[in-house]
Design a protein around this ligand. Structure first.
Ligand code: AHR
Length: 671
């Protein structure tokens, strides 16, 4: 028992002594039966860390239809007809229309096929059309303007206009339509808008391109965009962006994750094929099993950073793929190192004096972005060949030589160089996450390499985590905050899931994701709200904390498999109360976070030393629910959300009862 550090410890023990002497055995029995009140002490005059400026951030990659069918505004699925080489996947016909992929009539080398519409039988009484139902629907909102564009050409003899229409899938309602004419024998880009009236928002809709004139028409890059966040051209979905902006993340780790590596070299994140005009981007199959048009490419990641106010944390391809192919350090790796240097130039280079800075400006981002961190690869601890150390060193030396100011993140321990930062990943059950919620408190402070927790999540609940997940997350975030002297940044993963068609290989490839959506609406999970309240209540100084009498629960930790043999389960004692404390030095506010993961309310004594006074009145932000399985969904997006209220009974030393399964953030005014 550690009572020495506690100012109340002496008081408690002398009180106990008096009770003991006065009341003898009956009282003693009662005292033995009742657990001691947990005490959390905060030393306001001892700052253990300045909060790193980019502590809370986002991690992202193309998984679970994160961009295509997610954040990226594009509403047409398989707009470039490259999702399959056998058929025009996700496209259908209406009337007498016959469609086929036509690789003999490409738009260009990148979009090297097209959709051929044979409308020989089309007439006014029997129109022929192609239709697309989007990513599990096309959202239609009232009084909204959609931008439609496509490349098209027609065989000689076609005289008609085309009609573009936004319709309900059953064909009963036409929300908006526009005529497009002027098709010739050469590829031309056509653009127009479709504006809806005061209709009810819906998602079971299609885009149709119709002809009532007979002929043959070829299409490529058929695109439909709703209004986007901050009206950015080729921009992002507004509702999802708003959820992100509300949580005020400070950095974006992109583009992965496994997505940066790819299953093989052809499918890696090849950024040079993801810049420039959209029709020059060939697209690629990504490691999560579906086609990416790469309309959401490197410039779009930068636009996302600009829109939300995040700094990029750029992960570069490091010559290793998910199928364990790798390029060893040396001459053969050099092209990839050069590619990484050029990618850094694309992000940070001057638009007037550097080649890739100029390309970025052409792509709509004239100002260079601030960049402090570059990550070499992803999860290279999977590389059992031992090649990472050498590969890392080659990237490290080249990047440091050209950009000495950059901090280099390793994804696995290295010996040949001292990495500035190491990226550590944790995907855990609630109990497991809570059992490691003091992990970094005992980390060696002499290590030069700082920590980036670049992927972590308490994986409870699907498709999105429930309150139990949020409790594990909050316990873990208390650990990260307490240790902000060595933990520079962290981000939850994965960020997004399209919940339209759940299950492996459909719209979800990975369970327990922070934000869920379908074509029309989106919601934040309880874990999202835990992130949000932690991010919004940060302060800039971490205060020293200690605790006594923390309550515990017993956890049957499932046995791990070792050498192919199942090990027996072990019973572990896990703490059920977690804490961290910070101060906002500008306002003097002390911010105390308490997580009570137990199913019962918990009374806690909080003692703050090193301040003249703490006001009795303050603010409490609480995230809780009736039970730990409670969750949010498309139907009930706000079932578990934080509530902020004025509160009283605070002070330099006070006792407060924290509700069952709750995350509480107290803001205290101190002098
Ligand atoms: O977040 C999902 C995956 O988990 C990431 O792509 C990978 O880095 C990790 O293994």
């Amino acid at each position: 028992m550690n009572l020495i550090k506690s100012p109340t410890a002496g008081k408690l023990s002398s009180k106990l002594m008096v009770s003991f002497l006065l009341c003898a055995s009956a009282v003693t029995l009662r005292l033995r039966a009742e657990p001691a009140v947990p005490v959390v002490q905060i030393q306001a005059d001892k700052v253990t860390a300045k909060m790193p400026p980019t502590f809370y951030g986002l991690m992202t990659e193309e998984i679970n239809y994160s961009y295509e069918g997610g954040l990226y505004g594009e509403l047409i699925r398989n707009r470039a007809f490259k999702a399959s080489t056998n058929e025009a996947k996700f496209w259908s016909t209406v009337g007498s229309a016959v469609i086929a992929l036509d690789p003999a009539t490409p738009l260009n080398d990148a979009l090297n096929t097209s959709l051929k519409l044979d409308a020989a039988q089309a007439s006014k009484s029997s129109p022929a059309a192609i239709a697309n139902g989007g990513y599990w629907g096309i959202p239609v909102r009232p009084k909204s303007t959609y931008k439609i564009s496509f490349f098209a050409k027609a065989a000689a003899g076609f005289n008609g206009p085309l009609t573009a229409s936004l319709e309900s899938a059953d064909g009963k309602t036409v929300f908006a339509r526009a005529e497009i004419s002027g098709l010739t024998g050469d590829w031309k880009k056509f653009e127009t808008t479709l504006t809806t009236k005061s209709v009810k928002a819906s998602k079971d809709n299609i885009l149709k391109l119709t002809t009532t004139e007979p002929g043959t028409i070829w299409f490529q890059q058929v695109s439909l965009f709703p209004p986007t966040f901050k009206d950015r051209p080729n921009g992002d979905r507004a509702d999802i962006s708003q959820l992100l902006a509300d949580a005020q993340p400070k950095f974006l780790r992109f583009p992965g994750g496994n997505y940066v590596e790819g299953d093989n070299f052809k499918e890696r994140f090849n950024w040079k094929k993801m810049v420039g005009p959209l029709e020059q981007r060939p697209g690629h199959r990504s490691c999560w099993g579906y086609w990416s048009t790469d309309g959401f490419g490197l410039p779009e990641f930068l636009g996302w950073c600009e829109d939300i106010g995040m700094e990029p944390v750029l992960a570069v391809f490091a010559g290793y793929t998910l199928k364990h192919d790798y390029v060893p350090a040396g001459e053969k790796l050099e092209p990839y190192v050069q590619e990484a240097l050029e990618e850094i130039e694309y992000v940070t280079g001057d638009a007037a004096t550097t080649k890739w800075g100029a390309q970025r400006a052409q792509d709509g981002h004239p100002a260079p972005l601030k960049l402090h961190y570059v990550e070499i690869g992803n999860e290279d601890w999977f590389d059992r060949s031992g090649s990472y150390d050498g590969r890392f060193a080659q990237f490290y030396d080249a990047i440091k030589a050209k950009y000495p100011q950059l901090q280099i993140i390793a994804t696995a321990p290295v010996k040949s160089r001292t990495a500035d930062v190491i990226d550590e990943h944790f995907y855990k059950s609630e109990e497991d996450m809570e059992s490691q919620a003091f992990l970094y408190d005992s980390r060696d402070r002499g290590e030069k390499t700082k920590i980036f927790v670049g992927e972590w999540a308490t994986r409870v609940g699907s498709p999105t985590p429930n309150l139990a997940g949020a409790l594990g997350d909050a316990a873990w975030m208390c650990c990260l905050e307490r240790n902000a002297d060595i933990v520079l940044m962290h981000c939850y993963a994965p960020l997004f899931v399209n919940v339209s068609d759940l299950g492996a290989g459909r719209s979800m490839q990975w369970k327990s994701d922070l934000i869920g959506y379908d074509a029309l609406t989106s919601y934040g999970s309880p874990s999202y709200y835990a992130q949000k309240i932690f991010s919004l209540h940060q302060g800039d100084e971490v205060l020293a904390t200690a605790a006594q009498n923390l309550p515990v629960y017993q956890w049957q930790q499932p046995g791990k498999r070792r050498n192919g043999v199942e090990q027996p389960a072990v019973t572990r004692e896990v703490k059920s109360l977690f804490y961290s404390a910070m101060r906002d030095s500008r306002s003097g506010k002390i911010i105390v976070k308490i997580v009570n993961r137990a199913d019962a309310a918990q009374t806690v004594k909080i003692e703050i030393s090193g301040v003249q006074s703490v006001a009795a009145k303050g603010t409490a932000t609480v995230l809780k629910a009736d039970n730990r399985d409670a969750t949010n969904s498309l139907d009930q997006p706000k079932k578990v959300v934080p509530v902020t209220e004025k509160t009283s009974g605070l002070g330099a030393s006070f006792t407060r009862t924290f509700p069952p399964c709750s995350i509480t953030i107290l803001e205290l005014d101190s002098k």
